[in-house]
Design a protein. Structure first.
Length: 306
């Protein structure tokens, strides 16, 4: 019997896979991955959320021939390169993915102070930077674990599925990465991987693409435009989300209504106890608060002393 690789398993296969190297384990910024190399020279890092969907994640099915661009729907509410792509290989269960090109080491092209909630100080705004894809997944997974703050408060987010390092070497000017930002990202991942037997590194000359599961619903601005939410409700809800996020030890430096997803129900929006349940969808400027960082340092000191 022919040995199957994870990309050709019957559980979620979309047909014969081009991925031919068995997955290996990696751990980066606290997140466990299975890592697969493709014949074209790309590398796919799959999270525990992505593994059950592994057949859909094969780059031959969404990246080859720029399929995510030619068949995907470009998201126009932000400044990044983001697409929604419906994978139809399983006719009985099509899946919608978010495909986003990482902007790590690029300058942040917006005035953060014009969009953040007052709970975020100006120093945080001044140091704003796009996380590299592994940092983004690491901070997001930490948020999803919810280890800090009120135990009865949970922040829902879209699920991080995979990171793809594209195979083609790109010129520096095409990537737009600032040398000082890039050097910092390279130093940080090198420090994180110092004890790893098979360390993961960042390729400064490659494009990185992050994949998420699509969250169905409307963002707050769309809900207003659909008449499901009033303009007067928009700012209080946006502020509530920022304060709940901060209570769990995090902040998003470009916090805005377009990053908050709510769900229609009947002729209105789903509400629980009078409040709107929501999910957050943008994390490249997500960071831990000073309070949470202090908590983590204290916990590490305690563990080292025990």
């Amino acid at each position: 019997m022919q040995k199957q690789t994870p990309f050709s398993s019957s559980a979620a296969s979309v047909g014969p896979s081009a991925m031919c190297v068995p997955g290996r384990a990696a751990r980066v910024y606290g997140v466990d991955y299975r890592v697969f190399d493709d014949p074209a020279g790309g590398t796919l890092y799959v999270t525990r959320y992505g593994l059950p969907l592994i057949g859909y994640l094969d780059p031959a099915g969404w990246y080859l021939n720029r399929r995510y661009i030619t068949e995907g729907q470009r998201m126009t509410t932000g400044t990044g390169t983001v697409y929604r792509l419906r994978m139809r290989e399983h006719a009985e269960r099509p899946l919608d993915f978010v495909v986003k090109v990482s902007r790590f080491a690029q300058d942040v092209p917006l005035d953060i102070r014009s969009t953040f909630d007052g709970a975020i100080d100006e120093q945080a705004a001044e140091r704003a930077r796009f996380l590299d894809p592994f940092q983004e997944f690491g901070v997001l997974m930490d948020l999803r674990r919810g280890r800090f703050g009120p135990s009865d408060l949970r922040i829902c987010t879209k699920r991080p599925l995979a990171i793809y390092r594209a195979p083609v070497v790109e010129a520096d000017w095409r990537l737009g990465r600032k040398a000082s930002h890039l050097d910092r990202a390279l130093r940080e991942i090198e420090a994180d991987q110092a004890a790893s037997e098979q360390p993961v590194s960042l390729a400064s000359d490659r494009v990185y693409v992050v994949l998420f599961h699509w969250v169905h619903g409307l963002d707050l601005q769309e809900a207003v435009e659909a008449g499901l939410l009033t303009v007067d409700e928009l700012d209080p809800i946006t502020s509530r989300v920022a304060h709940e996020l901060r209570a769990k030890g995090f902040m998003v430096l470009d916090h805005k209504p377009q990053h908050i997803i709510v769900r229609p129900a009947g002729d209105g929006l789903l509400r629980r106890g009078g409040l709107l349940p929501y999910a957050l969808i943008d994390f490249e400027l997500l960071e831990r608060t000073a309070e949470y960082q202090h908590h983590l340092r204290a916990r590490r000191r305690s563990a080292a002393g025990s």
